[in-house]
Structures are given as C-alpha cells and as structure tokens.
Design a protein around this ligand. Structure first.
Ligand code: MF3
Ligand code: CO
Length: 257
C-alpha cells in the first residue's frame, strides 16, 4: 500500500479520534494502582472508548483478543490482559490503545509507574518519552523517515538504554497500520521523504538491557530476552511544513500529562 496524504476532512476525523484516545489514557492513568488486574484496565479502557461512540482499534485486530495492550515490566508490547495478572507496587505498565472514529484511527501508548518505583525504572520511562520528542524534531516536511529513528536511537543509547529493532512505528489513517514503516533506529535506507498531510505513529520501545526480544507462546506478548524492563511511548502525528501536530496529544490536553 502506498503512503497517503490525508485531506483536511480526514485530518479533522483523526483529530477527533486522537482527542478520544488522549482522554482514554488520562482516565486510565488514574486507575493504575497496586492491586488492579490488567483485565480490569482493559475493561475500563474499552468502556471509555465506546462511551465516545468510538471503537477500540485493536479489538480482534488480526485476532488480538482485547482493546488495550497491557505490558508489565519485561513485557515490551502486546501484553494480553488477564484477570489474574495483578499490578504490584514497583511495577511499570505500558498501555497501548487505538481508537477508531468515523472510519479513522488514532494509536498511542503511555508507560506508568505502579506506586513507588526504582530510580532506574523512572529514568527508563523518562528516556523513552523524551526519545519520542527527540525523534519528532525531524518529523517535518523535507526530512526522511530515517532521520526520526536516528534521533531516537542516538538519544536512547546516549542515556544507556537500548531500542527494540523487531517492531516499528507506522503510517496510520483509515487503516491502523499503513505505509510507511517508521523504525526507531537508524537504517541503511533513508526511507520516504516526509510531506505535509502524512500521518504516522512514532512509537519507541526502549529496554534497560539488551534490545533483543522474544515472542511468548501466546504469539502476541513480546518480552525482553534478558528479562529486564521495557517502556513504550507513542503518539499519532500529522506532518506539516513546521512542527508536527500531535493528533493523540492535543495542545489543550497536554497539562494533564
Ligand atoms: N500500537 C500497536 C501497534 O501499532 C498495537 C497494535 S497491535 C494489536 O502495533 F493487535 F493489538 F492491535
Ligand atoms: Co502503533
């Protein structure tokens, strides 16, 4: 599938999907406490999304059984919610969610602390989030896809962490996953040139130890090969001539972040 340029009407719908998704993350952040199950987080997340007449993009996507991907500690992404998986003090938990609104998707991820966490984990979360912002300095018309990943990788490695190579960001619009692929690391190819109206999801997955990951028996849950922690931060963004517009983090909703 070719990379598409979105019309003003499509962008407006993606803004609305992004607002709903941002609100969903802000509500979910409030319920992250020791004792809650990952299944309960999924149930509440789905309820919030549906309350806005939207649909969870992930539900049944290629057979994924839930609405929110809930990934704890060494789980990198695509953790499957389970009633017996209870969050404990000191854990970190990544919530990845998608919203489909009037035919258009938004996709974003946040990583939260469960109660008090170690300085090492707090630093991992901060590095992961900042690496997204370092990357999108190059998410502007005229730069290439590679410029984003190169900046993410440079920042992550300068801070003693590693970037996952086996999963990448992506174009997004009327499909959850569209061209182009958006790696969070430097690649041989420079990738397509960015143009105004392109919409992409930039989503660094950052590990404390090795960048190597494994897939669990459920064929979904991705875990670090060394069992050390991993964090995830993602937004759906719109490419413009200037600064990118964060569709899943609208400016007037930023202070709650
Ligand atoms: N944000 C993730 C991604 O872009 C989640 C989608 S996986 C799903 O790959 F199957 F759960 F939907
Ligand atoms: Co994504």
């Amino acid at each position: 599938m070719a990379v598409t340029i979105k019309s003003e009407r499509e962008i407006e719908l993606m803004r609305e999907a992004g607002r709903i998704l941002c609100k969903t993350h802000q509500e979910l952040k409030k319920i992250i406490k020791p004792g809650i199950s990952t299944m309960e987080i999924d149930r509440i997340g789905e309820e919030i999304i549906r309350s806005y007449d939207a649909t969870p993009s992930f539900k049944n996507y290629e057979g994924y059984p839930a609405s929110i991907c809930v990934s704890v500690n060494d789980e990198v992404v695509h953790g499957i919610p389970h009633p017996k998986h209870i969050l404990r003090e000191g854990d970190i938990v990544s919530l990845d969610a998608g919203v489909l609104y009037k035919g258009y998707h938004s996709d974003s991820a946040r990583t939260h602390a469960v109660g008090e966490i170690s300085d090492e984990l707090r630093n991992l979360m901060a590095v992961t989030k900042q690496s997204f912002f370092e990357g999108i300095r190059y998410a502007k018309a005229g730069y290439h896809i590679k410029d984003i990943g190169k900046a993410v990788q440079k920042y992550v490695e300068a801070n003693g962490c590693s970037v996952v190579r086996d999963l990448v960001g992506h174009g997004i619009g009327s499909h959850l996953h569209e061209a182009p692929e958006v790696p969070n690391f430097s690649t041989l190819k420079r990738g397509i040139k960015l143009l105004p109206g392109m919409t992409i999801a930039v989503e660094p997955m950052v590990n404390l130890g090795t960048s190597d990951v494994w897939w669990m028996e459920d064929d979904w849950t991705v875990v670090t090969a060394d069992g050390k922690a991993s964090a995830h931060y993602e937004n759906t963004i719109l490419i413009t001539e200037g600064e990118p517009e964060l569709l899943s983090l609208p400016e007037d909703m930023m202070e709650e972040e």
